[in-house]
Ligand binder design. Structure first.
Ligand code: SF4
Length: 390
């Protein structure tokens, strides 16, 4: 493996795995077990950063975005966030317009923490709201109520956050279009710059999956799910929100740069337990890392001087092209055609002409000299379109 990062700019994702309690629907790599303390995780994280900096090079490579995701990053003592940012700054310069996002839950977001995050350099806050109705929050097993959300949002504004996202979930048991319309209205009334609206998925092995067997609950049927989805689009677009990705809406100029970069096959380091990254090396080859999980394994490997991850090289141009479609076709703006050509080593029409032409003819795909993009109708059938093109 070559030893130097090929691109001049990259992003960093930092995984904070701790949560106050597991939400009923959660299948993310997070834990409410406190047998591993924050300090051991922090030490391991700094080593992880050092190892990745040694492997990939430091020099003039510039960080364009950082994202503290989780888990619940807001659960950490705020000085830890500051220490991590100081550590990153020692390894690489941050770009002048760097976007630094922190995911926060309302119950662990205080004015004092918000002030501290702002002065450490966090300039984008992503609040895990999920619902604005208390009984729905309880059903999802969230550790906060809607009053705490309102307080956290107001405190964030007061502390100087001018770029706030709210994460919302629709399609939980019993959720009707009328309820969702009301919740979306309440979310918009708070006045955020960005909204992520995800459909609930019931993951195997979660408490929610078990509860669905023991409670008289029903999930919205297919028709209601489709209505919830179209309602989201209609209500938000009517209010001037721009849908720029399947589930993401932003006020003008507030699309999440970190995610945009990742969806457009940009380079990013994945740091922390279970984090993964994607890096282009100087020779043009692309490698992916996937850090160890569970947390104890991650900490143990770093303590004993081993790598915290497995590096896997994307073995073929075919694979790199598939990866590019998989990520980029989620975007309303699609993928620059030259980017696909560079990564796949051929044009889409050279390898998948029959499939692409069929999708164009049926109105699912739009192809011009510059761009490969799915139409709104194609986005509703994203999985089938991808299956046909990959
Ligand atoms: S806060 Fe997020 S990561 Fe933590 S348990 Fe809930 S859904 Fe999972």
């Amino acid at each position: 493996m070559a030893e130097v990062l090929g691109s001049q700019t990259f992003s960093i994702y930092i995984h904070v795995p701790f949560c106050q309690k597991k939400c009923h629907y959660c299948a993310f790599d997070s834990t409410s077990d406190r047998s591993c303390d924050f300090q051991s995780w922090l030490k391991a994280l700094h080593r992880d950063l050092d190892i990745q900096a040694r492997c990939l090079g430091r020099g003039s490579h510039q960080v364009t975005s950082l994202f503290f995701g989780g888990g619940t990053p807001s659960i950490l003592p705020p000085e830890m966030i500051e220490q991590i940012l100081l550590h990153v700054r020692k390894l690489w310069p941050l770009g002048d317009a760097v976007e630094i996002t922190l995911e926060a839950n309302p119950e662990s977001t205080t004015y004092a923490k918000l002030k501290s995050w702002r002065s450490a350099g966090i300039n984008r806050l992503s609040l895990g709201v999920q619902a604005l109705e208390d009984h729905r929050l309880a059903l999802l097993g969230r550790p906060h109520d809607s009053q705490q959300t309102r307080r956290a949002f107001a405190a964030a504004r007061e502390a100087g956050f001018a770029n706030i996202n709210l994460d919302l979930i629709h399609g939980s048991p019993g959720h009707t279009p009328e309820m969702w319309e009301e919740e979306l209205g309440l979310a918009m009334a708070l006045g955020p710059e960005h909204l992520s609206c995800y459909a609930l998925t019931v993951e195997p092995g979660t408490p929610l999956e078990r509860q669905l067997h023991t409670h008289p609950w029903t999930l919205p049927d297919e028709e209601t799910t489709a209505t919830l989805h179209f309602l989201t689009q209609r209500l938000l677009e009517d209010q001037g929100w721009k849908r720029y990705e399947i589930s993401n809406y932003a006020r003008s100029g507030y699309a999440c740069r970190h995610n945009l970069d990742i969806w457009l096959s940009g380079d990013y380091l994945g740091v922390g337990p279970a984090a993964h990254g994607r890096i282009t090396l100087e020779d043009g080859s692309v490698i992916r890392n996937h850090n160890h999980w569970p947390l104890e394994t991650y900490i143990y490997s770093l303590k004993s001087g081993q790598s915290p991850c497995r590096w896997v090289e994307l073995s073929s141009l075919e694979e790199a092209g598939a990866d590019c479609l998989l990520m980029g076709l989620r975007l309303m703006s699609g993928i620059p055609r030259h980017l696909y050509r560079e990564l796949a080593g051929r044009d889409l029409l050279d390898g998948k002409a029959k499939e692409a032409e069929f999708l164009v003819k049926e109105g699912f795909l739009q192809l011009d000299a510059q761009t490969i993009r799915l139409s709104p109708k194609g986005l509703d059938f994203l999985d089938s379109c991808l299956a046909s093109l990959i």
